[in-house]
Structures are given as structure tokens and as C-alpha cells.
Design a protein around this ligand. Structure first.
Ligand SMILES: N[C@@H](CCC(=O)N[C@@H](CS)C(=O)NCC(=O)O)C(=O)O
Length: 96
């Protein structure tokens, strides 16, 4: 799966939507390919990655998640909700 973000995934989840989406995915066991689109602060349309996102979602904002089957999930809260519901199977460690 591809996770389109702004400049990265750092920062507090409360204030940075890309960090929120990334941490929700990784906390649930997903390992998304992180694709930086740059932009922000009104400059989004100057960046090809953001224009590609607009073609996908109708808006320039990230994070946007694109699944292997082409499904597009926009908005950090929607990505976090999907991550929680679709956790990949994780092996159970035998500690006996
Ligand atoms: N409600 C959105 C907000 C997303 C958002 O503001 N993303 C920033 C990057 S962290 C952005 O794309 N800003 C572009 C802009 O506002 O022009 C979400 O939670 O996903």
C-alpha cells in the first residue's frame, strides 16, 4: 500500500495528519510505502505529487492511502479507522 504524505511522518499525531495516518497504520502492523508529495501552505498545486492526489481524491490534501487493489482512502481519520479494522495477521510468538 502507498501512503502519500506531505514532507514526512514526523511530529505529534494530534497536530500532523500525515503522522496520525502513518502511526495508525504501523501500530496496526501495516508497512506502507511512504511517498512524499511536498507542498502545503497553499503551494500544493505546484507539486506534481499533489496534482496526482487531486486527480485521485478531488482535493490536494494528504495523507491519502492507496491500497494494492486501487482503493483510495482519504483523510487521516478514515485511514486510522481502516488501519484498526484491517490489521494484517500477525504471528503469535510462542513464549512457553
Ligand atoms: N482533515 C485532513 C487534513 C489534512 C491536511 O491538512 N494535510 C496537510 C498536510 S499534513 C495538507 O495537505 N495541507 C495542504 C493544504 O492545506 O494546503 C486530514 O486529517 O487528513
Amino acid at each position: 500500500m502507498d501512503l502519500y504524505v506531505c514532507y514526512g511522518t514526523l511530529g505529534p499525531v494530534k497536530h500532523h495528519p500525515c503522522a496520525r495516518a502513518y502511526r495508525a497504520l504501523t501500530a496496526a502492523g501495516h508497512r506502507p510505502n511512504v511517498i512524499r508529495t511536498y507542498g502545503c501552505y497553499g503551494t500544493d498545486r505546484f507539486f506534481s505529487g499533489r496534482r496526482a492526489i487531486k486527480d485521485l481524491t478531488g482535493n490536494y490534501k494528504v495523507p491519502t492511502l492507496v491500497l494494492e487493489d486501487g482503493t483510495v482512502i482519504d483523510e487521516s481519520e478514515n485511514i486510522a479507522a481502516w488501519a484498526a479494522q484491517q490489521a494484517p495477521d500477525t504471528p503469535v510468538m510462542d513464549v512457553s
